[in-house]
Write a new protein. Structure first.
Length: 184
């Protein structure tokens, strides 16, 4: 398993080893002992599976506040996504900055998104399936979001806004400067 740093402390790109032959492949997506050897000890308690039929589906930017904050490990089982994590830790030197990268079934990369980040993704292919582990169960009472189109974030989404498909809820999240609940 390969662990790579990103431009923002705490966000990691994780690429599992993939063993293949004429029959297909085998990969250990998550193995606690490998993570512990790399200095991580997460207690993942929930696995989620998201399916998006059309390309251009945008989900996010989401996070959960304390005491239900979630570390997430994101991966793509089918298709491709433009994955984004925004630092919303007020005391961080990278507050308001983001990392964006492509995750796909082909490149086999995963993104570790720790507590203190808003996360979202945009599907780049139809019939995309995203799976992610979380260290805290979903809690509607602690669920929050950040405006995906906040100009202060400077996210360069690869599909024009007029072609995106969003939930009603994801069109109403506040801008970063208007967030009252962030992380320290």
């Amino acid at each position: 398993m390969l662990f790579e740093d990103t431009e923002i402390a705490g966000l990691k790109i994780v690429t599992p080893t993939k063993h293949g032959d004429a029959r297909g492949f085998f990969s250990e997506i998550y193995k606690r002992s490998d993570w512990q050897a790399a200095g991580f000890d997460f207690d993942f308690v929930q696995d989620n599976h998201s399916y998006s039929a059309p390309s251009g589906t945008l989900r996010g930017l989401h996070f959960q506040i304390a005491p239900a904050g979630q570390d997430k490990l994101i991966r793509v089982a089918r298709g491709r996504i433009f994955d984004v994590a925004v630092d919303i830790r007020r005391s961080s030197p990278t507050f308001g900055k983001h990392v964006a990268l492509e995750l796909s079934a082909e490149n086999w990369r995963q993104l570790l998104v720790p507590v203190g980040f808003a996360h979202g993704f945009l599907t780049l292919e139809p019939d995309t399936e995203v799976l992610y582990k979380a260290t805290s169960p979903y809690s509607a009472a602690h669920d929050r979001g950040l405006a995906w189109d906040d100009p202060d974030l400077g996210i360069d989404w690869p599909i024009p806004a007029s072609k995106l498909l969003l939930s009603e809820r994801d069109t109403r999240w506040p801008r970063l400067r208007d967030l009252t609940e962030t992380f320290e």
